[in-house]
Each structure stands twice: as structure tokens, then as C-alpha cells.
Design a protein around this ligand. Structure first.
Ligand code: NAD
Ligand code: ZN
Length: 351
């Protein structure tokens, strides 16, 4: 089959690789019908995620059709169409029983699985993928949910919702700022709407993304390149700052920006994947009673979000800006990597 293979920082190619095979009785093989590219894939290509080794097939989002099932799989069958969760979970360990699937302790080559697709095992930017612990790691695609919507449920919708909105403890009436209006930040804005915030402020360097954010529930937009960006944000609050600041970029500067705008007793929810450490000025912060959260998506709310997408309570359709054939994935990476010029949000890759 063909797949997108990582060859070290800055290097990738669409090349022939062996077809995946069932390795354990709990595995399935899925033919990819649609996949996409995540900001995290760009971090990997920058060298920010050193656990990804040369030769790894990238990608952790996808919708596909089951072509083979392992002997222990009874609730899925060949021909079923499924959403592949970016987090794989055994469903049986202590963490899985608490719904913290991101820290599943099952051994899948390395102790502890969680986010392994396109990270510790071969991923979904390929014609076929092996899915471990399939029964507890995929969601059947209901009638009426498109492949494009399904792909968004693999990662960005649960990530924005769980690590941005739920960890951020967004409550009715809150003023929420989201720094980074990429797909993950936009997913946080969209799902924040489920909790009744009074304002959702989109903050980005990219004017197009700040504008696009209005389609995802942002009530206000601020360009972070404006010298007075902070004053603009403060003016949208009672002067004390936002209740919840969600970081959805993954660089020290934007984490610090969250600290700059959060009000005393507010919450900073970090969603971004960071490649370096950040300064935490505890000497000035300690007195502010700020809650800080961070984490890897658990995908414990995927089923809820899937129901809301299916019933059109959540409109995920504006996320897809470009569609390519899977074989044109290098072009798709180029377009996604130059989002400010190309106005790309999510690029859909179809078989
Ligand atoms: P993206 O690269 O598409 O979007 C990032 C956005 O940040 C862009 O719109 C960019 O213009 C903006 N930006 C960059 N510098 C900025 C600055 N100084 N001020 C304001 N905005 C700035 O990425 P994405 O796919 O939306 O992902 C966002 C982050 O979430 C990434 O770090 C990604 O790795 C991470 N992520 C985390 C999890 C998790 O489980 N925690 C899961 C998925 C993705
Ligand atoms: Zn587990």
C-alpha cells in the first residue's frame, strides 16, 4: 500500500510500504476512506515530538471501512464504517476505567498506549491501518454523519472540548478567550457554546482565522499582532480579565499571553503541544488563585459529541476548507502548512 512516511525532521514521503496485518486478536484492519492533517503532525515534522522515529507512518485521524477483524473482536465486523479515535484504549486498565484513555496502561510495544497512531505505531495517513484494541478505540459512523464530520471527531472536536472547554471549566456567563484559531482552537470555541459563555474571544495572528472564528461561535476577534491586543481583550471584560483563557498554539509566547489576560481565580487551559519549556512567574502569579490545566485528549466525550454532530446541534461542516485525494497528500501538507496564505483550516483527504 501507499502511506505518508516520516523520515526525520522536515522529511516525509508518500511511498510504498507493506500492508498492515492483524498482530493481536483484538486488532482490526481498516481501509482509510478519509483522513486529515493535524497541527500535531506539523509539530512532529518540526522535530518537536522526538518519540516519533524515522519510518513511522504519520496521522491519527480517520474514517474507514473494516476489512479484517481479529479473533477476539465480536462487536465489529468486516464492512462496518468506523471513526478511528486518535487515542487507543484497552478499556480494562485502571486509567481506562476512569475514562482517562490517554493514559491507558496496556502494552502495545511500549508500556502505556493512549495516543499511539502516527506516534508510537503506524498511523492513518495511509491506504490501510492496523487498529489495536479496536472494540474500545473506534466509534461506528452513524447514518447521516459524513466522512468529513467523522474525521473531526477523531481528534479536534474532543480535544477542544475536553482539554480546552471542560478542563477550562467554562460556565454559563463566562468570558472565554481562545488563543490560536486553528482547527483545535476553533473546536474549543464551537464546543464552548454548549456551556453558555457570554463572550468567546478569538485571538490569532491570522486575520482570516480571526474572521472565520465567527462561524464557530466566536463573538469577538482580536489580532495578536496589534500592539494593544491585551487592552482590546481587557475591554471585552469587566477590566479584570477573562474567566477562561484557552491556549491552542503550543509556543511559550501564547502560554504567557494566557497568563496576561486571565482574571484572578480564572483558569488557563493549555491545549497546545509544546516543543520547549515555558517560564512560569510564580512569584507574581501565586497570589492570583489561577487554575492551570493541560493534557492529552482522552476522547471520553467523543460519543457525546458524535450524537450532537449527528443531530446537527454541533455544526462541524465549516472546518473543512480543502479536499484532496489521499495520493495528493504532499500537496495537502503544503497547503495546510501555509494556512495564512492558503486560508486552510482542515484539509480532507479522501481515498
Ligand atoms: P494550527 O497550527 O493549525 O493552529 C495554530 C494557530 O495558532 C494558527 O492559526 C496560528 O496562526 C496561531 N498562532 C501562531 N502563533 C500565534 C501567536 N503568537 N498568537 C496568536 N496566534 C498564533 O494547529 P491546530 O491543529 O489548531 O492545533 C493547535 C495546537 O493544539 C497544536 O499545538 C497541536 O499540536 C495541539 N493539539 C493538542 C492536542 C492535545 O491532546 N492536547 C490534540 C491535538 C492538537
Ligand atoms: Zn487501558
Amino acid at each position: 500500500m501507499k502511506a505518508l512516511v516520516y523520515h526525520g525532521p522536515g522529511q516525509k514521503s508518500w511511498e510504498d510500504v507493506p500492508d498492515p496485518v492483524i498482530q493481536k486478536p483484538t486488532d482490526i484492519i481498516v481501509k482509510i476512506d478519509a483522513t486529515t492533517i493535524c497541527g500535531t503532525d506539523l509539530h512532529i515534522l518540526k522535530g518537536d515530538v522526538p518519540a516519533v522515529t524515522e519510518g513511522r507512518i504519520l496521522g491519527h485521524e480517520g474514517v474507514g471501512t473494516i476489512t479484517e477483524v481479529g479473533d477476539a473482536v465480536t462487536t465489529l465486523k468486516v464492512g462496518d464504517r468506523v471513526i478511528l479515535s486518535c487515542v487507543s484504549a484497552c478499556g480494562r486498565c485502571d486509567y481506562c476505567k476512569k475514562g482517562v484513555y490517554s493514559h491507558c496502561r496496556a502494552d502495545e510495544g511500549a508500556p502505556g498506549i493512549g495516543w499511539i497512531f502516527g506516534h508510537l505505531i503506524d498511523g492513518t495517513q495511509a491506504e490501510y491501518v492496523r487498529v489495536p484494541f479496536a472494540e474500545t478505540s473506534v466509534h461506528k459512523l452513524p447514518e447521516g454523519v459524513s466522512d468529513a464530520e467523522g474525521v473531526l471527531l477523531s481528534d479536534i472536536l474532543p480535544t477542544g472540548h475536553e482539554i480546552g472547554v471542560q478542563y477550562g471549566n467554562v460556565k454559563p456567563g463566562d468570558v472565554v478567550a481562545v488563543i490560536g484559531a486553528g482547527p483545535v482552537g476553533l473546536a474549543a470555541m464551537l464546543t464552548a457554546g454548549l456551556y453558555g459563555p457570554s463572550r468567546v474571544i478569538a485571538i490569532d495572528l491570522d486575520a482570516n482565522r480571526v474572521e472565520e472564528a465567527k462561524k464557530f461561535g466566536a463573538t469577538d476577534g482580536v489580532l495578536s499582532s496589534d500592539p494593544d491586543w491585551k487592552e482590546q481583550v481587557m475591554a471585552l471584560t469587566d477590566g479584570l480579565g477573562v474567566d477562561v483563557a484557552i491556549e491552542a498554539v503550543g509556543i511559550p509566547q501564547t502560554f504567557t499571553m494566557c497568563l496576561d489576560i486571565v482574571r484572578p481565580a480564572g483558569t488557563v487551559a493549555n491545549v497546545g503541544v509544546h516543543g520547549t519549556g515555558v517560564d512560569l512567574p510564580l512569584d507574581t502569579l501565586w497570589i492570583s488563585n489561577i487554575v492551570m490545566t493541560m493534557g492529552l485528549v482522552n476522547t471520553n466525550t467523543t460519543d457525546i459529541l458524535l450524537k450532537m454532530v449527528a443531530s446537527k446541534k454541533l455544526d462541524a461542516t465549516p472546518f473543512v476548507s480543502h479536499t484532496f485525494k489521499l495520493a495528493d497528500i504532499l500537496e495537502a501538507y503544503d497547503v495546510f502548512g501555509r494556512a495564512a496564505e492558503t486560508k486552510a483550516l482542515k484539509v480532507l483527504l479522501t481515498a
